[in-house]
Design a protein around this ligand. Structure first.
Ligand SMILES: Nc1nc2c(c(=O)[nH]1)N[C@H]1C(S)=C(S)[C@@H](COP(=O)(O)OP(=O)(O)OC[C@H]3O[C@@H](n4cnc5c(N)ncnc54)[C@H](O)[C@@H]3O)O[C@H]1N2
Ligand code: MOO
Length: 420
């Protein structure tokens, strides 16, 4: 194990930097899927392909922000209370009807259109009602507690931009704009393979030297969070012919193929050779830890991402490399390929090799008040507990050579890069 990792630390200069890889993806990847129309209840997580134009403005008309009384502000005394007759009643959903007479007030409820002439609402808690008369305190100006027409968005305007992976608030916005059907990209078809003769399906007995295959399940779950059609294509054995045949078939049915394992330099690592035979390898090996053997290419008509086999390496490289590929191929251009990082003080010491971008697993410790970043004790790529028992990744850039307590480090919560 340590021998493998020592090799990881060599950090030769010819490895592709992550930022260069992301810039390349940004330039070269475009949506590969056609569009379809979905209703609002099916829209969450789908990628919007055409702008949503508002069929109506919001607010659609001037309306009351509070339950109370509407009036003409010009009728009020500037410095003393004003008593006005109550001449009407306006509830939400009712047409405003006749204009409000000069020198009068009307009962009004939240959301009701203001009658013509009224320009202010006073909340009922501030008014004194005596029979059919209401006394209004001084100091009420025009516009008081009035929701003005078009304040939120205008009729005909774009309320949700294409390229957005629709969030609950985007769905609500489309509904508020009166749009029932949205044009979205079809779900990207992503085929997932595990690789390795040692792998056994969870739930089955293990033979000597066998282990449970976990990466496929991690990847299928991670892909599900991106709104794609994730297809479980099973395990590839450590045989070149079988690997090639399975990848070839997937290249005909999938938009993207994601594999884990079999991309390093071992005699049983057949994936890269198979991809070369079937298509092209654009990137093999990156200056990222974990993730050195990460492979990008094409197989038939499908894009290909080969992730390293160690379970932590698989999911970490999914977050920083595969996720951007999925976003771009799905048409999701509204969000950055790499998530926002949060500068936070480190509560650890770490020695890092120069020239290699490194993502370490860490948690936020708030026991002392404001949060500090605490490193998970093991950063070995086979220690899946490091992902399970931590809150996010710390992004240590190529030029960083180490971290001391109190240094500011860039923290990426899993909630941002691998949300449920
Ligand atoms: N001589 C060298 N050896 C290695 C190098 C290197 O540069 N030179 N790189 C090391 C690094 S770093 C990594 S990462 C691994 C990646 O190699 P592979 O992507 O080919 O991964 P495998 O060898 O297939 O598997 C590695 C490890 O992970 C286990 N594994 C694989 N798939 C699964 C799965 N689906 N579920 C659970 N566990 C899985 C596998 O049994 C191995 O233990 O290569 C180093 N070697
Ligand atoms: O460190 Mo490897 O590069 O674990 O993926």
């Amino acid at each position: 194990m340590q021998g493998d990792l020592n090799d990881c630390f060599k950090a030769p200069d010819d490895l592709l930097r992550l930022d260069d890889a992301l810039a390349m993806l940004e330039r070269r990847l475009f949506p590969v899927v056609a569009t379809e129309t979905v209703g609002l209840t099916a829209a969450l997580g789908r990628v919007l392909a055409e702008p949503v134009h508002a069929r109506t403005g919001n607010p659609r008309f001037d309306n009351a922000a509070m339950d109370g009384f509407c009036l003409r502000s010009a009728d009020l005394n500037a410095a003393a209370p004003t008593t006005l007759p109550i001449t009407g009643r306006h509830a939400a959903g009712q047409a405003p009807g006749e204009p409000l007479a000069a020198g009068a007030a009307a009962r009004i409820f939240t959301g009701a259109p203001l009658p013509p002439g009224a320009d202010a609402v006073v909340m009922q808690e501030d008014c004194t009602v005596d029979g059919d008369r209401v006394t209004i305190p001084p100091g009420i100006a025009a516009g008081n507690f009035v929701r003005k027409v078009g304040e939120d968005f205008a009729e005909g305007g774009v309320v949700v931009q294409p390229g957005r992976r629709l969030r609950p608030q985007d769905v609500a916005m489309a509904a508020a704009a009166g749009v029932a059907q949205l044009t979205v990209y079809r779900r990207l078809k992503v085929g997932v393979f595990g690789t390795g003769d040692e792998l056994v399906e969870p739930g089955n007995p293990l033979g000597p030297a066998q282990i449970y295959g976990s990466n496929r399940y991690g990847l299928l779950a991670a892909l599900a969070t991106l709104g794609v059609e994730a297809n479980d294509l099973g395990h590839l054995p450590d045989r070149r012919d079988a690997t090639e045949a399975a990848l070839k078939a997937a290249g005909e049915t999938q938009d993207l193929i994601v594999t884990s394992g079999g991309v390093s330099v071992g005699g049983e690592d057949h994936v890269v050779a198979a991809v070369r035979a079937l298509g092209q390898v654009h990137v093999w090996r990156m200056a990222v830890k974990p993730g050195k053997p990460t492979t990008l290419g094409t197989v038939g008509k499908a894009a290909f991402v080969g992730l390293p086999g160690y379970p932590v390496s698989t999911l970490a490289t999914f977050m920083v490399v595969a996720r951007p590929v999925v976003l771009r191929l799905s048409g999701a251009t509204a969000e950055p390929l790499f998530p926002e990082v949060y500068p936070l003080p480190a509560d650890f010491t770490f020695v890092k090799k120069h020239k290699r971008r490194q993502f370490v697993r860490a948690s936020l410790d708030r026991s002392g008040g404001s949060p500090v970043v605490r490193l998970f004790p093991s950063q070995e790529p086979h220690v899946l507990s490091s992902l399970v028992q931590s809150d996010g990744l710390v992004d240590l850039r190529e030029d960083c050579t180490g971290v001391l307590p109190g240094d500011m480090v860039s923290f990426i919560p899993y909630a941002h890069i691998l949300p449920v």
